[in-house]
Structures are given as structure tokens and as C-alpha cells.
Design a protein around this ligand. Sequence first.
Ligand code: CA
Length: 235
Amino acid sequence: MTRTVLVVEDEVKIRDLVRAYLEHDGLTVITTGSGAEALSLVSSAQPDLVVLDLRLPDVPGEGVAREVRASSPVPIVILTAKSGEEERIRGLELGVDDYVTKPFSPRELVLRVQAVLRRSAAIPVGGPADGVVSFGGGDLVIDESRHEVRVRGDLVALTPTEWGVLIALAGRPGRVYSRLELVNRVRGYEFDGYERTVDTHVKNLRRKIEGDTREPRIVQTVLGAGYRLGLSRDS
Ligand code: CA
């Protein structure tokens, strides 16, 4: 199955370069230079991943990321010329799945895109054994092979990073995972110490799976230590 990537970038040269590299890698590419059009393409074309430049002429990329994230779990990789650490972190706090800083190597971008696509496919991240696993008397049901999560019976759509965090925690319910451990589990490589971006993904995850986000039962915070799955595994 060919996967489709939406590239949102107003600089034609960069857009064409990114398109060429992604197509060379076997991906189908659609492009736009407009943030507003990107938002409508996400719902109409249903891409498998969005490459998003943060500096767009109409809507700022941050706004695009936020709106996409509010309505869709599609993975997002941002392109940013903003190299200051604070700005990068702010980008990641939007709940995106990865970022590439300009000027970038197109080959590196392709590798990042492929890595995120792999994470969003039905590949176990090393949590519970393959198959359907239930927690908290059926409140949380994870089907790793089908890449599905049900909470109180309802199917929940997660981003690849949210899925990875949940699967890591569910691998050993009750065990506390530090932010750094989670970053490494989910991404599979060191991530420049941007551990606090985990908090954003956890916040977004909680919005989707917790009945009351102020008193999370599923993904619990352990102060000063990290996060743990608050439900036990059903036998
Ligand atoms: Ca731009």
C-alpha cells in the first residue's frame, strides 16, 4: 500500500526537493504552500503523514499543527528554521511527532518520515505480547497487531507518539517510567534531551482516554519520577 505524505511548504525550491526525495522513496506526495489549504487537505486527502513548515505566509505552522492535532491523529513532522532551543521545544509541545531543522539534509528528512511512518504502522514497540490485552477490568483494551486502543469500549485514535507512550507504559503496569525512558522507548534514539515534550503527548493522550483529566486513572503522574499505567492487567 502506498502511503501519502502531505508536504506543507511555501518555498517552491524546498517543496520540490522534499517531494523528489519522498517520491524516490516510494511515497505518494501531495503539496501545498498554504496553511489554510493544508487543513482542508488533511480531511479531504487523508494523508498518512504531514511534513509541515512552521513559517507559512497565511496561517503560522504552529496554528496549523494545533488545528490538525485537534481533529486528527495523523503524524506530523515539522520543518523549522527556528533553531533556538525554546522555539524548537515549543514546536514539539504542539504534539508533533518529530522535527527537522533547516537547513536540513533531505536524506535525513526522509529517514525521519520513514521512522515516524513505521511507528504509526502495526509494529509492536515492545509492550505486551502480541494480541489483545485488557486492563482495569476491560476499561482499556490494546490490540497491538491491529494497532487499536479501546477505552470503555470506544475506539480511540492515537498519534504514533501517543500510541508508543501508552504501549511502553502498558508493557509493565504500575512500573514508573521516567520521561527520558519514554522518549527512548518511543523514538528508539536519543532525542537531544527534550524530555519535557513527553508531557505534551501525555496531556493529549489523557484528553483522549481519561474520563477526568484532572484525576487520571490510566496514565498517572508520579511526581519527580515520571509516569505509570494506573490500571492492572486483566488475567
Ligand atoms: Ca516557509
